[in-house]
Design a protein around this ligand. Sequence first.
Ligand SMILES: Nc1ncnc2c1ncn2[C@@H]1O[C@H](COP(=O)(O)OP(=O)(O)OP(=O)(O)O)[C@@H](O)[C@H]1O
Length: 232
Amino acid sequence: MLELGTRAQDQPLLWVDHVTHRLGGAGSTPVLRDVELVLAPGEWVALAGRSGSGKTTLCHLVAGMGTPTAGRILIDSVPADRIEDWAVVSLLPQRLALAEELSVAENLLLPLNLRARHGVGGAGGAGGAGRAGLGEQLIETLGLAGLADRLVGQTSLGEQQRTALGRALALGPRLAVLDEPTGHQDDEHVDRVLAALSLVHERGTAILVATHDERMWRAAGRVLTIHEGQLT
Ligand SMILES: Nc1ncnc2c1ncn2[C@@H]1O[C@H](COP(=O)(O)OP(=O)(O)OP(=O)(O)O)[C@@H](O)[C@H]1O
């Protein structure tokens, strides 16, 4: 069992505490097996591993989409599946889940606009600068300025993926969980994805990124490998 300190400065941002997870019901082979993972605030960690090794499953659980079969996942000491605030933890899913009836900019800025509508401040967040400014910077950095007003369904898959990435980063969250953010990008746009990640990382966002992309591995502070549901 991992021993964690009791002082506030020793508390992890993310603690995946001996998580085992089954997708096929009781008796099925676990997709994750006794996974132990700790991220400090502001850390940037890449998750590598073969197709089917469990990366997406771990990303989904960390982002609160589901409850582990055994073990627990805490973000700032709160169970991940109880957190709904994208300023705390956000997800770029592989299936992008964009709102087709909205433009590129409206999709990317959706977390900001929902927050404003519910009376939660749009300013502040990681790094202290205004979140509204961050959204505009992300549109620019991700190469979406020329498409901002176009319906997202009328853009390419790579552009849609960058839009969904911008949406995950728009609040400068405590933790951004990103599943294959360069999966549909060419070299030039991998640069843009890396620039966007650096932008929020410099403001204090921690990043957990599942990726097959060696450039993404090089940008991370740590690279972990998952093999048949176990971190190695
Ligand atoms: N709904 C499901 N029911 C049962 N098993 C599933 C289900 N979804 C995924 N799996 C299995 O769980 C395992 C882990 O899948 P997961 O999507 O987490 O892998 P991954 O490492 O993200 O793969 P990739 O790199 O291809 O996206 C795989 O063996 C997969 O077949």
